[in-house]
Design a protein around this ligand. Structure first.
Ligand code: PLP
Length: 445
């Protein structure tokens, strides 16, 4: 197809996810290729991939080792079902994941997206108690502003209003506790904010523990909820309370896993060992849709029985455990080891923190929140009062459009600009991306 036609046809034929197509029609974009941290559109214009192609890309695009792993696997087989039949890359990847994740997690249940990994985690938690005879333990505790994906189960335990309000009639109820948000909190002391939130959790667990299956939250950072970082000791406190009240702890590491926060998994910041943990996004270096829900052997055992007891976990999709995906995930993990990627992320995160100082003085930058290479820059109408811009002005969206014009791609979370560069970004790349964000913020606000 001629490149002029591609844009036209994209408007006529596609329906893009999380996209108001009226916006897309006004500013269409068709990406044709990528190389390293750069993406190129059909006109040949280049852009920094400032959001790692939606928080997934790790080692850059067209990474030779990853391309080769897929080609090598293609010479064997592209896909076979995992329903009742295992495959080599799925087994080898499971072994690596069990080694990498917290000690307690021993079983790997594959899926195709973060949201599906979450659905699986919820279903496993629910059925775990049922299989053990605790039929009343059916509810979940969730935190305000959490995000776990867009499927019906995932939105039921999520709480980003703008995504979820429409679907309320489809959703199941869960207990909501306040996330210990620091920015705009009347309380200034982080420890007090943490303890207040833990107190709220304890109130729910002590009053209703007998009907609660699990507590679910993201690992250390609330991503899509606006890049809010948990105060020190909060996640550890949640783990302690879950144990005390015999409730499972589910940690969603879909966004934070695979080095994004400066540790392989965010739970490592506080040595937390969840009972169930979801991983996706960076697992294949941003190449193919693989996700996984990791569980303890204790949970697995509750499903292991004679078939006629009907304790089987009834879940699985056509492409579950895709061989190409597992093969590229293995190559991704090899690069992590060989190139000491985690240490590199820590260094780059420190560099970014220092560089971002220049944005702090801008009159509409309210807050900069960062853990590792997971960064949110919140724009506000009034810095002193922390007054947001009217949401209908779409300042965050306008800023990312300006960034695009200046050669960098990202997607905002309301008026919070997301900066999640591929770890492969050089120091020069990082500096250039920060300069683009600075210019765009100055021009738009
Ligand atoms: N969980 C978290 C914490 C996420 O950030 C996301 C996506 O951003 C998801 C789940 C959903 O993942 P996916 O988009 O792969 O379904």
């Amino acid at each position: 197809m001629q490149k002029e036609m591609l844009i036209q046809k994209s408007k006529e034929l596609l329906w893009l996810p999380f996209t108001q197509m009226q916006d897309y029609e006004a500013d269409p974009l068709v990406i044709e290729k990528g190389e390293g941290v750069m993406l190129y559109d059909t006109e040949g214009k280049s852009y920094y991939d400032g959001y790692s192609s939606l928080w997934l890309n790790v080692h850059g695009h067209k990474k030779k080792e990853l391309d080769d792993a897929i080609k090598a696997q293609l010479d064997k087989v592209a896909h076979t079902t995992l329903l009742g039949a295992a495959n080599r890359p799925a087994i080898e990847l499971a072994e690596r994941l069990v080694q990498l994740t917290p000690e307690k997690l021993k079983r790997v249940f594959y899926s195709d997206s973060g949201a599906e990994a979450v659905e699986i985690g919820l279903k496993i938690a629910f059925q775990y108690w049922r299989n053990k005879g605790f039929h009343e333990k059916t509810k979940f505790v969730t935190v305000t502003n959490g995000y776990h994906g867009d499927t019906v189960g995932a939105i039921s335990v999520g709480a980003v209003d703008i995504f979820h309000t429409t679907y309320k009639p489809l959703m199941f109820d869960s207990y909501k506790i306040p996330f210990p948000t620091i920015y705009r909190n009347e309380v200034v002391d982080h420890k007090e904010i943490r303890d207040q939130s833990l107190y709220e959790l304890e109130k729910v667990l002590s009053g209703n523990g007998q009907e609660i299956a699990a507590v679910i939250m993201e690992g250390m950072v609330q991503g899509a909820g606006g890049m809010h970082i948990m105060p020190e000791g909060y996640l550890k406190g949640v783990e302690r309370l879950c144990k005390e009240y015999d409730v499972l702890l589910i940690v969603d590491e879909v966004a934070t896993g695979f080095g994004r926060t400066g540790k392989m998994f965010a739970v490592e910041h506080e040595e937390v060992e969840p009972d169930i943990m979801m991983i996706a996004k960076g697992i294949t270096g941003g190449y193919l849709p693989i996700a996984a829900t990791m569980t303890t052997e204790k949970i697995y055992d509750a499903f292991y029985a004679d078939y006629t007891e009907l304790k089987t976990f009834f879940h699985g999709h056509s492409y579950t455990g895709n061989q190409l995906g597992c093969a590229v995930a293995l190559a991704n993990l090899d690069i992590f080891e060989k190139d000491h990627v985690i240490e590199d992320v820590e260094k780059k995160a420190a560099f970014v923190r220092e560089q971002l100082n220049s944005l702090k003085s801008l009159s509409h930058v309210g807050d900069i929140r960062q853990l590792g290479l997971m960064i949110g820059i919140e724009l506000v109408a009034d810095k002193q009062s922390k007054q947001p811009f009217p949401w209908t002005k779409r300042v965050g969206y306008q800023t990312t459009l300006k960034m695009r014009e200046l050669g960098m791609l990202s997607r905002p979370l309301g008026d919070t600009i997301v900066f999640m560069p591929p770890y492969a970004s050089s120091y020069e790349d990082l500096k250039a991306m920060i300069a683009i964000m600075e210019q765009a913020i100055m021009e738009v606000t």
